[in-house]
Design a protein around this ligand. Structure first.
Ligand code: ADP
Ligand code: MG
Length: 294
């Protein structure tokens, strides 16, 4: 790059740096981006750069497929009720090993290698800062309420420790493991953790980095923007399916909680975060409150 282009790029970022300085952003990084070291490095580089220009980032990571893979290697047979996976105690141990001992550590180390400072957290820390309640499921066949094992839904977030870590200039890296009232682990969906954390810290923006370029509408094309009501309809009519359902629900609940800027973007292309935050280029799909437009 010629010096002039470097200067142009820096100047283009100036109004964005000014706008985001001192703001808090929650970034959820999904399984796909986590499986590639180069992508993890690119995301962590973005996080460290954002931190260096005064943007406070909180990272939340997923990694369900890594839990299944290690579970299989250890000979754990997954069981399902109506297509929903049951997390038995052994699988919960594996989830804990993969998330806290593995993925969180990798992110904390990658941030460190880029000159940033990060702290890995799960719900157990700080006396149980991330609380959840075990989820029950109404079985289709007989209407019975059945347990899904150690699967939980977030009930409370004590943000004081997060605030302390952020104030110390460090990046909290949050694993999707919460605790119940007895401080036993519960597996929680990382999208809903990101939303709960964003709401608790009153984040200015929430970004979901996933393995698709954004949310596809009924025509199968990625949409640059979708309003909450349309997205709700897409969940109901099946336009949104699979892993995009909890993500879309997490987007809607973030908007409801007052987090006004919510984006779903591609975590497989490097530096999407920098493009989204510090340049005029927008990436992925922005979900906004407001009236139906399509
Ligand atoms: P993550 O690890 O980021 O949470 P998920 O696999 O849980 O990723 O969710 C993303 C997946 O959702 C995509 O890979 C895609 O297969 C699926 N999906 C379903 N409906 C849509 C849609 N309308 N637009 C985009 N992706 C969708
Ligand atoms: Mg998912």
């Amino acid at each position: 790059m010629t010096p002039n282009l470097v200067v142009d790029a820096l100047l283009e970022s100036l109004p964005h740096v000014q706008a985001w300085h001192g703001k808090t952003i929650v970034v959820k990084i999904g399984g796909a981006a986590m499986s590639d070291d180069a992508l993890v490095d690119a995301v962590t580089q973005d996080v460290v750069l954002l931190g260096a220009v005064g943007v406070q980032v909180i990272l939340v990571h997923g990694g369900g497929s890594a839990v299944s893979a290690l579970g299989r290697q250890l000979g754990l047979e997954p069981t399902f009720v109506d297509g929903l996976r049951v997390t038995d105690d052994a699988t919960m141990r594996v989830a804990q090993m993969v998330h806290i001992g593995g993925l969180s550590r990798d992110l904390v180390a990658a941030i460190g290698r880029r000159g940033g400072r990060a702290v890995g957290l799960s719900g157990h820390d700080g006396g149980g800062w991330l609380r959840a309640t075990p989820r029950t499921h109404t079985r289709r066949e007989d209407g019975e309420a059945v347990s899904l094992g150690r699967v939980g839904d977030i009930t409370a977030v004590d943000a004081s420790m997060l605030h302390g870590i952020v104030r110390a200039g460090m990046v909290p890296v949050v694993a999707p493991v919460a605790v119940d009232s007895s401080l036993e682990s519960l597996n929680v969906n990382a999208d809903s953790v990101a939303t709960a954390v964003a709401a608790a810290v009153d984040a200015d923006k929430l970004v979901f980095l996933t393995d698709v370029p954004g949310i596809c509408g009924a025509d199968g094309e990625v949409t640059a923007e979708v309003d909450a009501r349309t997205l709700g309809r897409w969940i109901e009519d099946g336009t949104v399916s699979g892993g995009m359902i909890p993500k879309a629900e997490a987007c809607l609940s973030a908007l409801d909680s007052g987090v006004s800027l919510v984006t779903v973007a591609d975590g497989r292309v490097g530096h999407g975060l920098l493009l989204e935050l510090l340049t005029d280029v927008g990436v992925g799909t922005m979900i906004r409150v407001g009236t139906e437009s399509q």
